[in-house]
Design a protein around this ligand. Structure first.
Ligand code: F6P
Ligand code: MG
Length: 535
């Protein structure tokens, strides 16, 4: 990997971060206004000398223009400076300039492979046209074209996309629009290549990769299945106190399993060997104890305090806004299974994507594939019979949860838009209302974290509740927990020393923000119980 990308990025958005001279300008204006008011009408002449009275200005702690006041925040102007593709030495630049074209190139290869397997002429011709559209997208991406509106392909998100483009991104291109929006836009355009076709509307260019990576995760898959196939049961001979402690420890361990499951992300792990994947996925107890120190913002204890009282309070509905398919989804299921079996939750709602998104994100197809392959598949020829049986048992139990409604899969169109979650309550009020009925909403992964925090250069010491704006402060906001391995620039919630910690890592471990070695588990206060009101 080109280490140039890891050079600090702050200097690249100088123009946005240079404090304005508003204080002084205002003082001058105020002075001449006073002079004007003193003279009689019509006799005003400019004072020969302007005296500035600056005593009222604070001599230090002059407020930088960040964060923007909420009324000045919009998708092109996040609360802190946006990351944009033209910031040359940033991960945004590396992604827009190198990673996205590579990902698109691989998608074209996948589609060509499918084309070569077809026999029906109508389908072939239709798929050739999809490929032609992908070539155009590649030209737009590498030629840094302006962002055009999305074609009306009947998807539920077209209006949201085109409103956002028209309002905030007219004339913007892939490189000067905020990175988050431009990157999401590329995946929407990729979907459009297929959604306007006749036979290939639901074609998933990443499906092969997603299945393949799960198949290559055998060690970690069986480590978990052998341990958790047997339903969780407390031993009879221990005191209530000991039972509570066992439950707490299990909860903390599985929270980490769910968290670190996020370090396997196909958009970054292209071309990883099986051994490299293995080392990322090791889930053993010792490994987890060691990795806890890499959780830089760690609210796991507060999380436990929140979850342990759910059964008495409301019976417990927990939501997961999912991230990646395959191994990460499998880890999410292990965690959700424990929440159900322990009685901490009665109902779990999983939120996935309507179409292929950021390479590895979960679609309904990925969800069904995982459950069915666990029960019926022949993915692991080298596994022992006991291992295969453990996987079948887990899969069967999880399918049962789905059948009896304890687990549900949902896919709101908002999750595949370029909006951040600061706009969730205003752009998808139905979804916000739905989430406001949840006791706890987990947001998995890096992209969801970027969307929660507006993907901008907020200081690392900024509290999570401040960084997620209306998702913490709007009436009815549920408790939100971000389980994220750090794979991109935005880092918040590291506590009062956060800026010092971040600076030290910048110096000592360049690339710490994209390696996936570090993580955060951050919990918001939430405002559940308050009535949601929409204008
Ligand atoms: O392209 C960058 C990115 O969008 C980052 O958010 C992250 O590096 C990766 O892709 C996706 O990670 P995740 O699957 O955890 O959201
Ligand atoms: Mg993802």
């Amino acid at each position: 990997m080109n280490t140039d990308y890891f050079r600090p990025v702050s200097h690249t958005f100088m123009a946005e971060t240079t404090p304005t001279s508003n204080g002084t300008v205002n003082a001058i204006k105020r002075d001449s206004a006073v002079a004007h008011a003193k003279g009689s009408p019509g006799t005003y002449s400019a004072p020969s000398r302007v005296t500035l009275h600056l005593e009222h200005l604070p001599s230090k702690n002059i407020k930088a223009p960040w964060p923007r006041t909420p009324s000045r925040v919009d998708p092109n102007n996040p609360p802190w400076p946006a990351y944009r593709g033209y910031h040359e030495y940033s991960f945004a630049h590396a992604t827009m300039g190198v990673r996205l074209p590579t990902i698109l190139g691989k998608a074209i290869d996948d589609t060509s492979r499918t084309l070569n397997e077809q026999s029906n002429e109508d389908k072939i011709v239709d798929l050739v046209q999809c490929l032609e559209r992908m070539d155009l997208l590649m030209a737009d991406l590498s030629g840094n074209a302006k962002l055009r509106p999305i074609i009306d392909d009947g998807e539920g998100d077209v209006a949201l996309w085109n409103k956002e483009i028209a309002k905030y991104f007219q004339g913007k291109d892939f490189m000067n629009a905020p990175w988050l929006f431009a990157e999401a836009y590329k995946y929407r355009r990729l979907h459009e290549c297929f959604s306007v076709s006749r036979y290939w509307k639901d074609y998933d260019v990443f499906y092969r990769q997603k299945c393949d990576t799960f198949a290559r995760s055998a060690d970690a898959v069986f480590e978990l299945s052998m341990r958790f196939a047997e339903p969780f049961k407390q031993s009879e001979n221990i005191s209530d106190k000991e039972k509570a402690e066992t439950e707490r420890l299990m909860f903390l361990e599985l929270t980490q399993v769910c968290l670190w499951g996020n370090s396997t992300d196909l958009s970054l792990l292209i071309n990883m060997t099986e051994d490299q994947i293995k080392s990322l996925q090791s889930t053993g107890g010792e490994h987890l104890a060691a990795t806890e120190k890499n959780i830089l913002g760690n609210h796991m204890n507060q999380l436990w305090e929140t979850v342990k009282v759910l059964p008495e309070k409301t019976g417990g509905r927990i939501d997961f806004v999912l991230d990646n398919a395959g191994f990460e989804l499998y880890c999410d299921f292990v965690y959700a299974d424990f929440l159900i079996q322990s009685g901490l939750a009665k109902q779990i709602r999983f939120h996935g994507k309507r179409y292929p998104w950021f390479v590895s994100d979960v679609t309904r197809n990925d969800w069904s594939w995982l459950l069915n392959t666990m029960v019926y598949g022949h993915l692991f020829p080298k596994a022992s019979e006991a291992e295969r049986e453990s996987l079948r048992r887990l899969g069967a139990r999880w399918k049962q949860y789905e059948n009896d409604g304890r687990w549900t899969y949902e896919q709101h169109p908002f999750w595949c838009t370029g909006y951040t979650f600061w706009d969730l309550h205003s752009e998808a009020p139905d979804l916000f209302l739905h989430l406001s009925h949840s006791d706890l909403v987990f947001f998995k992964g890096d992209l969801n974290h970027r969307k929660l925090t507006y993907d901008c250069a907020a200081p690392a010491s900024i509290p999570f509740d401040v960084a997620i704006g209306p998702m913490a402060s709007a009436a009815g906001a549920p408790k939100v927990c971000s389980l994220r391995t750090i794979k991109s620039d935005v880092v918040v919630g590291l506590g009062d020393d956060g800026d010092v910690i971040a600076e030290k890592l910048d110096k000592e471990e360049p690339g710490w923000k994209i390696s996936g070695k570090y993580a955060v588990v951050l919990l918001s206060e939430g405002r559940p119980g308050e009535k949601v009101r929409f204008a």
